[in-house]
Design a protein around this ligand. Sequence first.
Ligand code: C2E
Ligand code: MG
Ligand code: MG
Length: 678
Amino acid sequence: MASTNKTVDPALRRAARRVTWALGLLAAVAVGWLLIARASGTLLTRSAEATAMGYARYVSDVTPGLPALFDTHVLSPEVRDQLKRLTRLGEVFRFKLFDREGRLVLVSDDLDRDVKAPTDAGQSLGGHHGANSHVRTIVLGGANFIEIKSGQGKADRPETYVEAYVPMITAGRVIGVVEVYVDQTAAAARIQTAFVQVSAVVGGLLIVFGVALGVQVRSRFAERRKAAERMRFLAEHDVLSGALNRASFQDALQCAAWRTEQGGPGFAVLCIDLDRFKEVNDTYGHGAGDAVLREVTDRLRSLLRHGDLIARLGGDEFAVLQSAVQNAGDVERLASRIVHALGEPLEFSGQRILCGASVGAARFGADADTVSELLHKADVAMYRAKSGGRGRYSFYDAELDKQLAERRNLAVDLRRAIADDAVSLHFQPLYAADGSNLLGYEALMRWTHPTRGAVPPAEFIPLAEEVGHIEILGEWALRRACAEAAKWPAPLSVSVNLSAAQFRGRTSLVQVVAQALDAAGLPANRLTLEITESLLMTNTEASLKTLEALAAMGVQIAMDDFGTGYSSLAYLWRFRFDKVKIDRAFTQDLDKDNRVALIVRSIVTLAHSMGIRVNAEGVETAPQLDRLRRLGCDEMQGFLLGRPQPVERLVHDEPPGVVPSTPTSPELKDINTAPMVF
Ligand code: C2E
Ligand code: MG
Ligand code: MG
């Protein structure tokens, strides 16, 4: 039924509604006319009845010889004269007298012709014969058989007249019946005038009422139509941006696919993901985020042609249906224009915001044969653009699709691993520069996949960040590391790596750290938190505040992987770090290039001048250890001194079996594969 309603043309429905209204109005007018006509007829007969009865009464009152006339049918000269005088009285222009048996006694017209009085009682005057059946069935108390007649075309009749039979009563006795002809032309004219006037008034009222009703109904319908249109808009669009929502976009894609399959023009889907939307939200707040989404929609709209569609599929994900696509070049041109348009800074409350976008495109027919496949492939292409460095566009690539599918599966497995407690912590020792004084351990996450075996943290940590598991995983690592460290002899410390995403988490990081320390009963100064400079590159102010709050608790803060970023030095003065960890890339290149030693020395000098300790990561050989020590590094970490291992294998009171000044020996490289000898 609903589908039938849907298919009726709205214009046709409107026309049908109008015809119904017009017919209704006409019917109302017709009924009104009928009622008024009936009422005027009744008025006419009532007035004629009154006239006829008055006339009958008057005639019998002023004509004493009347009973004798009825009885004898003999018209005396006196009665004739009298009746002659009474023939035209007021509106009465004719009458007939009948005796009680209904026999005609006299017709007033005959009086005019001076017809002689009849001599035979059985013969009526003027040659009229027979009995009138109306008279025999007359009812007392009023006029009977009143009939309105038209005299049009008859010379001796008025235009409108009424015939009424009235019993004539003398001394309480019915002596006969008079049929009175009452001229009602004037009355009819009066009634007609009144009728026209009333009609005009009623018609006017009807028109006014009808118009008012029509206006009201029209506005009601308009309101309803507007509400329905609004509901439909809300159901089909994203409220914030006004772009189509996912469901209606998919419907549109289905239609486009059908048209293409029927030989229509080709089309493509472009998936658009904003590159730094999360940062915009975090830094400038959700108001700015909303403004960015609206501005992005407007910019996209300005690039589209008639027939193209734009949709917001989720948070900062948009999609465009590009219609009338003939070749890949068409799609490439639009993709490039989108990247360019969204790469331009946006204005919000006087601030310039750089958001940027990555675009992935797939063509129906060329890349995919179904709508869901097309969307998926455009999405894969978008990821390719993103991983290729953001702010660019890309087309679908089957190899990348495979990798993404594996990644998605891995994300599912990781979620399961977190739930099943299949993620663990290993601990790698940190030694003082002499290589014999154990300072503590760095906690490093480990995940052994049921089929793939050990998955490196460099793979699953970014994945956890991407799919939103890092907060829970990071909190777990923190609690676990603190709980283990609390069992170690003081002052051994534990270093825990933090992901930038943990600074943006729902629960305050300061609170999470405080709770972890509190639950473990670990003094804050025995915990070091390692951050990377990527954290400070985004959301700088808020992150600095959190770091300051953590430092105020007494927790040590270290800058990890120092030297690998773009502007590591720039961040040293923004926050008073307790330690910088020189990335292991420097350690590894130390004996390959002499300039590396110069860089390390500079870092150490700079850090020491600011009161910051220096850790050297990735120490694998004794000469590296020796050299780093001589370059002034305070802390050493690397496979030479100890590999990351499960907590139950840690031995805290034995020094590692290395002699720092010993020249490189191959066996030292494998020190960590042998049983631990501290
Ligand atoms: P990182 O914090 O710089 O950790 C040091 C990495 O260097 C560890 O890799 C460690 O096994 C490795 N390593 C230590 N000594 C040597 C050496 O002598 N030679 C070589 N080739 N490598 C050495 P791992 O365990 O694979 O961790 C990689 C990265 O994953 C970590 O780098 C850290 O950024 C991240 N990560 C590990 N655990 C966590 C965690 O619990 N939370 C967070 N957010 N990140 C973690
Ligand atoms: Mg680290
Ligand atoms: Mg590191």
